[in-house]
Design a protein around this ligand. Sequence first.
Ligand SMILES: Nc1ncnc2c1ncn2[C@@H]1O[C@H](COP(=O)(O)OP(=O)(O)O)[C@@H](O)[C@H]1O
Ligand SMILES: [Mg+2]
Length: 228
Amino acid sequence: MDEIFYEGWDAIERAWREGLTPDPLLTVSEWADKHRVLSSKAASEPGRWRTSRTPYLREIMDCLSPMSPIERVVFMKGAQVGGTELGLNWVGYVIHHAPGPMMAVWPTVEMAKRASKQRIDALIEESPAIQERIAPARSRDSGNTILAKEFHGGVLVMTGANSAVGLRSMPVRYLFLDEVDGYPLFVSPNCRQPNGSDIDRAGCGCGDTRQVRRHASRWTAVEQRGGL
Ligand SMILES: Nc1ncnc2c1ncn2[C@@H]1O[C@H](COP(=O)(O)OP(=O)(O)O)[C@@H](O)[C@H]1O
Ligand SMILES: [Mg+2]
């Protein structure tokens, strides 16, 4: 039988092979070393992220990688040790490599707005791999607002621990709790659970089902022994 010659065949075969290639098994720290750039707008040492600069964060970040069996990571820490940066690396990883609904919580809605403008926007602007997955905020219906960033296969919603409404009604796969020591004890008078319980149920109202798959909560150690 005569062979049919088609010029575009090589390109089709290449695209087909690329489609079959599984995602690389990158950990969050490897992703950060490869893709994260610290912005002068938000970091004291702008430039490429190097996990070797803060090696104690490596294992904590890697527990947040999809191949880790760990489901809840609690980081008890001192001030200014890279805790928020660690969370931002995780956010970047999720957007780029493991998309799904994610919620990030700060003590108040005002703080969430500030973190979004200063740190999340800088994360997006400085890392091309993330930028190309999030529409510019200017365009109408872009899914990109101060407190919500839509990306292919997921959405990052940011809120305050003081907002019972913000914590309700959203099933999330990933939950990042920043500055937990600033959270109010009770989120709402109608749901008198200590804040940890309310937050655990983020995305589930005050029901019993825990839909939260992966949970990173952190706080600045209130009791610090010895000098900093
Ligand atoms: N690996 C790193 N390389 C360079 N700068 C870092 C690194 N980790 C943290 N920093 C910087 O240290 C400062 C404190 O980090 P941050 O995440 O805000 O700390 P925390 O949330 O623990 O208070 C920020 O300016 C941050 O950009
Ligand atoms: Mg912080």
